[in-house]
Design a protein around this ligand. Structure first.
Ligand code: DTR
Length: 340
């Protein structure tokens, strides 16, 4: 009886070793990655994150599994880059405008150079990054980049003229803040996730951004006016921890590389469509009024922006960067992708 018991025990032990080994060997080929993002899940940076995750999992036949963290649950807007460098997240999505001094070359896409939409902006930014390989990204692997659609003013008060905007506190970051300043507003800098509270508390009377946020952050409930300026985009980057990147199998690296430009284009197209939906929703469901500047007024607004690019070129050249060439490239890439 005792012998039978011992045999049974040995069988159970070897079966469980076998099963454990089998599960482990199935897992052995799997790469698990964390991906941090700063705004809430329904906003476009997170929508593109979920699309990238799905695409990667599909293209690697499940060999890569990505765990996403929207809403600043792993890293926030301002510590995204350093958090990824330190390995707190494997991948992170950041808005470069929140650290304008750090990402000088790529933030040049926030100059008033007439980028017409998010698709063109995203392709231009990706090409610019590839061509100049800015030092700011030397410690990470850049997986993709994209921009917003051109920015407009959302406000609690109607803004139709330069007199109306004078001294008004409006939220913007980076290059976009320079634009507001030139128009005479008082730009208040903060990342997007801090904006709902600032609007609610009356710290700002509005903001300057692409119009997706009217719907996704429900700003249409507070800002009943949109002044369609459609000026300057905000650039974003998706970066990966360098050691993690180097540890990836070659075939996985190939999938990520392949997705760089494709993801930029996908996000651009998604956002351009989504901005249209957001405006329609704001007008229909929230009674938002869309103000178009008259041609005469628009010419005055544009004139105020003329010195900005030359000033940027000078300051970039002082830092040893090819300021003029960068601006010329952005214009040329934008013309090419716009079919001009
Ligand atoms: N316009 C930039 C970036 C931006 C536009 N839409 C969203 C949504 C979620 C986060 C950031 C953004 C800005 O004003 O911050």
């Amino acid at each position: 009886m005792r012998r039978v018991g011992l045999i049974l025990l040995a069988l159970v032990i070897s079966l469980s070793i076998f099963l454990a080994f089998d599960v482990d060997s199935a897992k052995a080929g799997t790469v698990k990655l964390t991906y941090a993002n700063f705004p809430p899940a329904p906003t476009f940076p997170c929508v593109q994150m979920e699309r990238w995750k799905k695409e990667v999992e599909k293209r690697t036949n499940g060999k890569v599994q990505v765990q996403t963290f929207p809403g600043g649950t792993l890293l926030g807007a301002k510590n995204m880059m350093d958090g990824v460098i330190a390995g707190q997240a494997d991948i992170g999505c950041l808005c470069m405008a929140y650290q304008p001094g750090r990402f000088v070359i790529t933030n040049a896409t926030s100059l008033p150079l007439g980028i017409p939409n998010s698709l063109v902006g995203s392709l231009v930014l990706w090409d610019l990054y590839k061509k100049y390989q800015p030092k700011a990204f030397a410690k990470v692997k850049v997986l993709t980049m994209f921009t917003t659609s051109p920015s407009s003013i959302m406000s609690k008060i109607p803004i139709k003229t330069l007199e109306d905007i004078k001294g008004v506190d409006l939220r913007a970051s980076g290059g976009a803040a320079q634009i507001l300043k030139a128009w005479g507003a008082n730009p208040v800098g903060m990342p997007m996730p801090a904006t709902p509270e600032a609007l609610q508390k009356g710290v700002v009377k509005g903001l300057f951004s692409s119009l997706d946020v009217m719907k996704d952050f429900k700003f249409a409930e507070l800002c009943k006016y949109v002044t369609l300026t459609e000026t300057v985009v905000y650039p974003f980057a998706v970066v990966m921890n360098m050691d993690k990147w180097n540890s990836l199998p070659k075939d996985v690296q190939r999938v990520f590389e392949e997705l760089g430009a494709q993801q930029a284009a996908w996000t651009g197209q998604y956002l351009d469509n989504h901005v249209k939906e957001s405006i329609e929703w704001s007008v229909k469901n929230q009674g938002v009024k869309v103000i178009k500047l008259s041609a005469k007024e628009k010419a005055k607004w544009d004139k105020r922006l003329e010195p900005i690019t030359n000033k940027w070129i000078k300051s970039a050249e002082k830092k040893g960067l090819a300021g003029k060439a960068i601006v010329e490239d952005i214009k040329a890439f934008a013309a090419m992708y716009s079919g001009k």
